[in-house]
Design a protein around this ligand. Structure first.
Ligand code: AP5
Ligand code: ZN
Length: 214
């Protein structure tokens, strides 16, 4: 199963990705997570990515494409993968097509999670993430049993540096200009399925599973 999760910041891509990879036993490739890991480890890539991420801007295409290309060549991606947050520009989508072509591989589905702008800001600003296992919560919509403590591993939760209202607003604007055109790109290829992301988390998941089949 080769799947892309498409959608604006805060749509619920990461939340749904957790369930999808569990069910289909495919690796989760989140370019945002890869950059955050590099920032935490203080790598050169992390330093470069941080400059853009802190401003809500996209990391340059060449940098992102090289990382994803390398990752897709790894053994665990042979039978499928879930791309989350990539591609984000038409350039990246075309680059992905070329990589898949070289691998004699094709995409099965592009799941487009649709959510209104006002809700996106509320979701991103209230998001909390576990510093150890990466589980995602929301202070109002999906709170942990104990405030700021992860239900799954007991570690503390933190707020992402780019989850303030100003940066989220910029990220949404960037999404509308740079990423939204991918909806038509994948519609044209017949792989796009749009899901209403404003429903409860479980309901969104059920609809994604129905779209993916099996
Ligand atoms: P990235 O990490 O990809 O962030 P994003 O796309 O902005 O998406 P988010 O992680 O903010 O949201 P999500 O859709 O995963 O929502 P979540 O499930 O957490 O990118 C960050 C930055 O990295 C970019 O700005 C860019 O700089 C750079 N970058 C990354 N990839 C790049 C690329 N390909 N090219 C260039 N630059 C790149 O949910 C949000 C909240 O809502 C949570 O609190 C959750 O609990 C809650 N929630 C989820 N679903 C529901 C629901 N159904 N009902 C109620 N609440 C819900
Ligand atoms: Zn945890």
């Amino acid at each position: 199963m080769r799947v892309i999760l498409l959608g604006p910041p805060g749509a619920g891509k990461g939340t749904q990705a957790a369930g999808i990879i569990d069910r289909y036993h495919i690796p989760h490739i989140s370019t945002g997570d890869i950059f955050r890991k590099n920032i935490k480890e203080g790598t050169e890539l992390g330093k470069k990515a941080k400059e853009y991420m802190d401003q809500g801007l996209l990391v340059p295409d060449d940098l992102v494409v090289a990382i994803v290309e390398d990752r897709l060549k790894e053994e665990d991606c042979k039978n499928g993968f879930l791309l989350d947050g990539f591609p984000r520009t038409v350039y990246q989508a075309e680059a992905l097509d070329k990589v898949l072509d070289k691998m004699n591989s094709v995409l099965d589905k592009v799941i487009n999670v649709n959510v209104d702008k006002e809700i996106l800001i509320e979701r991103a600003v209230g998001r909390r993430i576990c510093k150890d296992c990466g589980a995602t919560y929301h202070i109002q919509f999906n709170p942990p049993a104990k405030a700021d403590i992860c239900d799954k591993c007991g570690s503390t939760l933190y707020q992402r540096a780019d989850d303030n209202e100003e940066t989220v607003t910029k990220r949404i604007e960037v999404y509308l200009n740079e990423t939204q055109p991918l909806i038509d790109y994948y519609k044209g290829k017949g792989t796009l399925v749009t899901i209403d992301g404003q429903q409860p988390i479980d309901k969104v998941f059920q609809e994604i599973i129905a779209a993916l089949g099996a």
